[in-house]
Design a protein around this ligand. Structure first.
Ligand code: ADP
Length: 473
């Protein structure tokens, strides 16, 4: 079924080759023979007519002697490689280019009947039994005074016509054999360079459709098929990775949802079956509230991630003062900073720094970065927030002096749900989604976000934004 197209093609090719050969073998010999007969007889007939109208008719009106006509037809017979006769209506030979006739022993063509030939200006055969081989003969009447005085007859060896025809047929057969061979070579080339790679690609797509994304699809060809194979293989690789990531993502979500739900259920059960005495209800209900807050945060983050799009399609781009956004964001953290006794060092370039971006999403980035910086800062340390301008870009840096990130984990912090082991203990509320949200927002603006961190010393997160040259509206 899957090979049907190729088999049809192959069958079509074989049928075509056989049919062309049969038709060449059946029809070509006849067509070529007829062509040579018509060609040769046409040539002879026009010469015969010419002789009939000139020397021969003059012969009958006695304007020219028999000898001089004989000379003329002898020369012509050599030139045309044909035997030329002048024949009386009764069938008696008057002149023959191949011999000198003896008047005393007349040669008569028995059964000569001009009507057999006149309808068709040529005939193939023994010429009324005169020859013992086949001759191609033409006949032109010699007419004077509206009377047929005789005929100019020209004979050409039919064997020579056949020999010429066979020569051409041989060439034609050879040419068609070469064509069939060449097309067979073409078929092999086609099979190797199109069919086999196409089969490989089809097989690979079947495997990919069945979920086997690791199925190897290599192609050495540099053409469109090679490109298609490479693209498919790349696509399968990507889908495979995505599937893996999705599985990991779901496993993480389930885990992050399950642990607060388990603890909520545990505390509520304990309250219901009186394991927790009523005087401690307040404490445990507060824990339950914290856990529900965490679940709400998780859900919000997930919804937000779902709405983000790396191509920035959903961005509501406006021009705003980033310095103002930094100040207002920091203000929301005043309480938490005080709790940890953090000194905030704010270094802002210029009074106003206009950037272009989605205001609420950039606020979210700043919020996540400052939240992390405070969470992972050491007690009584410093929080440094800076805005600088460099080559038409604004760089915002959030730097803390805290636990830092281990070198081997630094590339993973942008992954969804990633939380370092050290932070899991300290930060029970974190979902591991904050930084991946930041990255997606900044990337959807076509900008970059980076981190520099030293374990035990602190971390600095820097992101860029495009500067806005117009005045804010
Ligand atoms: P969460 O919302 O749980 O904080 P994030 O995606 O924001 O998740 O951060 C992922 C992980 O990256 C954190 O769990 C922490 O291990 C590490 N991290 C992020 N910011 C900092 C920081 N300023 N200092 C140290 N580690 C950090």
């Amino acid at each position: 079924m899957r090979r049907a197209l190729y088999l049809k093609f192959l069958a079509g090719y074989i049928i075509f080759a056989i049919l062309s050969y049969i038709s060449i073998a059946l029809f070509m010999p006849n067509i070529i023979n007829n062509y040579f007969i018509r060609h040769q007889s046409g040539l002879m007939y026009s010469e015969a007519v010419h002789i009939a109208e000139t020397y021969a008719s003059k012969l009958y009106t006695s304007e020219i002697s028999l000898e001089s006509v004989k000379q003329q037809i002898d020369a012509l017979s050599i030139y045309l490689d044909a035997q030329i006769w002048i024949l009386n209506p009764s069938g008696r030979l008057v002149l023959d280019s191949s011999q000198v006739l003896d008047v005393n022993t007349p040669i008569i063509i028995e059964n000569f009947d001009h009507t057999e030939i006149v309808g068709n200006y040529y005939s193939v055969g023994t010429f009324f039994g005169y020859f013992n081989y086949n001759a191609l003969s033409v006949l032109a009447p010699i007419i004077s005074d509206f009377e047929t005085n005789g005929y100019v007859v020209m004979h050409y060896d039919y064997g020579k016509v056949l020999a010429q025809s066979h020569e051409i047929q041989g060439i034609l057969f050879l040419a068609s054999a070469v064509t069939v061979c060449l097309s067979f070579v073409l078929l092999i080339v086609f099979t190797i360079s199109f069919y086999i790679p196409l089969r490989k690609i089809t097989r690979a797509t079947e495997e990919y459709a069945a979920g086997n994304y690791s199925f190897p699809l290599h192609s050495n060809s540099q053409d469109e098929l090679g490109y298609l194979a490479a693209t498919l293989s790349y696509m399968a690789n990507k889908i495979g990775k995505n599937e893996e990531e999705q599985k990991k993502f779901l496993a993480n979500i389930s885990h992050d949802f399950r642990s607060p739900l388990t603890s909520i259920r545990g505390y509520l059960d304990a309250i219901l079956d009186d394991t927790i005495p009523p005087e401690l209800y307040g404490k445990y209900i507060n824990i339950v509230l914290t856990e529900t807050d965490r679940l709400r945060g998780l859900t919000n983050n997930l919804l937000q991630l779902n709405n983000l799009n790396p191509k920035g399609l959903y961005l509501d781009l406006v021009e705003f003062d980033i310095n103002k956004v930094i100040i207002t964001t920091l203000a929301t953290f005043e309480g938490t900073c005080n709790k940890k006794n953090l000194r905030v060092n704010l270094i802002l370039t210029g009074e106003q720094m206009m950037v272009r971006g989605d205001l609420s999403k950039i606020q979210q980035v700043l919020y996540n970065l400052v939240d992390n910086a405070i969470k992972f800062s050491f007690q009584d340390s410093e929080l440094k927030i800076e805005s600088t301008e460099k080559r038409n870009k604004i760089y915002v840096s959030v730097k803390d002096y805290g636990i830092g990130i281990p070198k081997e984990e630094i590339h993973m912090i942008w992954d969804r749900f990633y939380k370092s082991d050290s932070s899991r203990g300290k930060d029970k509320k974190g979902t591991g989604l904050g930084l991946s949200i930041c990255k997606e927002i900044i990337q959807s603006h076509g900008e970059h976000i980076n981190v520099m961190s030293t374990q035990g010393a602190g971390s600095e997160f820097v992101f860029s934004l495009p500067i806005a040259f117009d005045e804010p509206v």
